[in-house]
Design a binder for this molecule. Structure first.
Ligand code: HEM
Length: 421
């Protein structure tokens, strides 16, 4: 992708932002890393062997970009008819299904797809899941209860969203184990990068086939589930084509999985590292809603959103942004910006209002936010209640983070469940 940066004043500082943020020290302590980026400037010029982009570091500018109609999600909509990755490189059709999802579209395509899926993915539908989420959480905690050390990621944070989404989609009971196994392989967070996608190609093909069979089944035998709702979603006579439907389910699976794993994993770790806040939540469980919002802001399960493109010449924080530029929005940096949040580097589970941008903002605001909130607000208190002596089983410097600029999450989180003796 080429982003011409003309000589304008002030000139953005040039930096390999990804390299900077994927250093182990930056993973472990993102506050200092993001603060440094914000100090370097509101707009940075990120150039590496595979990308060139202007990086927006501060809260106000990130919000402005997210609501600016002059900014596109679909590169083909930039004024000079830019080419997106779908046209630029040869790509297997299955990857196109994923990359052609609604996150990368603008109105009217985006509005059309979003309206159709929103009808199926209602807060009421998610609310109905409360009981099931409680049951699945309890079963997972039962299974982990006999271990002296549990791995929060493998034992709870990963299987919970995986099981919930399998059931929501309406996968028939006898096939759920197979589906969960397949999904686990495709969604293994270790494989959530381009190389991972390529290696995972065979599993994606199998997942594609599985989903197409599921769609066929739900056309013939409708149920009370998301695939049935998507098959029948109708907006003034308009329906999702089969490819659009599969693309939508891929998006729900990819956008909703590791993000939720990270919220639960990072959230529990943050509480354990802030014993005063953990104790406050134990003493006042009614604080769970503001606590979840603060854990979203403070731990940033999602670091950046999909790239944006300037449709015309514009200016951000006094910096000239030439038409066609690729923009990278650092949500995580925005959420830790001290000009937007008082004592931004302090975890405060009573923070209210909390206008974090962890779920994005504007037209592409996270569709799955109600689901992610339900899962976290059930799983985290259930874990704390079940194990009053819960504590880290490894020293802080042995905690292993995954290296990815887009997502911030743990590889594993070993926890001792017995009270300290
Ligand atoms: C969009 C974050 C969970 C489905 C987004 C965006 C963010 C985000 C930042 C905006 C993307 C952009 O503007 O380019 C998160 C976080 C989650 C989470 C932090 C968990 C803690 C989920 C779940 C689902 C989901 C559970 C569904 C199962 C989606 C979809 C979009 C989206 C479909 C695209 C919306 C659109 O383009 O209109 N999410 N998400 N997300 N999310 Fe989530």
């Amino acid at each position: 992708m080429s982003t011409p940066v003309e000589s304008s004043t002030p000139k953005p500082v040039r930096l390999d932002v990804q390299r900077e943020l994927e250093r182990p020290e930056a993973r472990a302590d993102p506050f200092a890393a993001y603060a440094r980026l914000r100090r370097l400037g509101p707009v940075l010029h990120w150039r590496s062997w595979f990308t060139e982009s202007l990086v927006i570091t501060r809260y106000e500018d990130v919000m402005n970009v997210l609501r600016d109609p002059r900014i596109a999600n679909d590169r083909r909509n930039v004024a000079d008819g830019g080419k997106g990755p779908l046209e630029r490189w040869w790509m297997p059709s299955i990857m196109k299904l994923f990359l052609g999802s609604m996150v990368m579209k603008d109105p009217p395509d985006h509005r059309r797809l979003r309206n159709l899926v929103q009808k199926a993915f209602t807060p009421a539908m998610v609310e109905r899941l409360n009981g099931r989420v409680e049951q699945i959480t309890a079963d997972l905690l039962d299974a982990a209860a006999n271990k002296p050390v549990l791995d929060l990621i493998a034992d709870l944070a990963l299987p919970l969203p995986l099981t919930v989404i399998s059931e929501m989609l309406g996968v028939p009971e006898p096939e759920r184990m197979q589906f969960r196994k397949l999904l686990g392989q495709v969604l293994d967070p270790g494989a959530m990068n381009l190389a991972g996608f390529v290696f995972n190609y065979a599993n994606m093909v199998r997942l594609n086939r599985f989903l197409r069979r599921l769609v066929q089944l739900r056309r013939e035998q409708p149920g009370d589930d998301l695939v049935t709702a998507l098959v029948h979603a109708d907006e003034g006579g308009d329906r999702l084509s089969e490819d659009e439907l599969i693309s939508m389910v891929f998006l729900l699976l990819f956008a909703g999985h590791e993000t939720t794993v990270n919220l639960i994993g990072n959230g529990v770790l943050a509480l354990l590292q802030h014993p005063d806040q953990l104790q406050l939540l134990r003493d006042r469980p009614e604080l769970i809603d503001t606590a979840i919002e603060e854990l979203l802001r403070f731990t940033n399960p999602v670091g950046t959103v999909s790239p944006r493109f300037a449709r015309e010449d514009l200016e951000i924080a006094g910096v000239r942004i030439p038409r066609g530029s690729t923009l990278t929005l650092l949500l995580a940096s925005a959420n830790l910006d001290e000009t937007a949040f008082a004592a931004a580097d302090r975890l405060d589970i009573t923070r209210n209002p909390n206008r974090h941008v962890a779920f994005g903002f504007g037209a592409h605001y996270c569709l799955g936010a109600p689901l992610a909130r339900v899962e976290a607000r059930i799983a985290i208190p259930a874990l704390l209640q079940r194990f009053p002596g819960l504590r880290l089983a490894v020293p802080a410097d042995k905690i292993r983070w995954r290296a990815s600029m887009g997502l911030r999450g743990l590889e594993s989180l070993p926890l001792s469940v017995a009270a300290a003796g």
